[in-house]
Write a protein that binds this ligand. Structure first.
Ligand code: DQA
Length: 145
């Protein structure tokens, strides 16, 4: 079995650090990717980090994971609430999926309360800030052990 995890971040998450810091915090995406990689390395995994503002690119990254990743951590951003194609892609590759949201989407606007991805995720972590990604690594590492 491969020891690689795919970390996927969707639209606008490239702007973390400056984007609505009162909602999403001051941590940048590069810092999140670094801390995820460091923790994953401690637990015996390497990480491929992908961020895109384009739905198709996210789907391509998920498909590519099928042959060389053991699990997927995904923050689909706003596509959580609109995309059927992303959960379809996740289902197609048959890998364990941890869905992460920095904010607690259930405490925000009603349109954020539903995520299409949650129906296919093995675990959903929302509202823990950047630590949520680390919880996701720990979940997948435990699950894949
Ligand atoms: C988000 C929540 C989404 O509603 C929003 O569109 C995002 C980020 C989060 O991490 O809290 O872009 O997924």
């Amino acid at each position: 079995m491969t020891d690689r995890l795919l970390l996927v971040n969707g639209p606008n998450l490239n702007l973390l650090g400056t984007r609505q810091p009162e909602v999403y915090g001051a941590t940048t995406l590069a810092e999140i990717e670094e801390s995820v990689s460091a923790l994953a390395a401690e637990l015996g995994f390497e990480v491929r980090a992908v961020q895109s503002n384009h739905e198709g690119a996210l789907i391509d990254a998920i498909h590519a994971a099928r042959t060389d990743c053991a699990g997927i951590i995904i923050n689909p951003g706003a596509y959580s609430h609109t995309s059927v194609a992303i959960p379809d892609a996740l289902t197609s590759v048959e890998l364990p999926v941890a869905e992460v949201h920095l904010s607690n989407i259930h405490r925000r606007e009603a349109f954020r309360h539903h995520s299409y991805v949650s129906a296919v995720a093995d675990v959903v972590i929302a509202g823990a800030g950047p630590a949520g990604y680390e919880y996701a690594v720990r979940y997948l590492a435990g699950r894949l052990a």
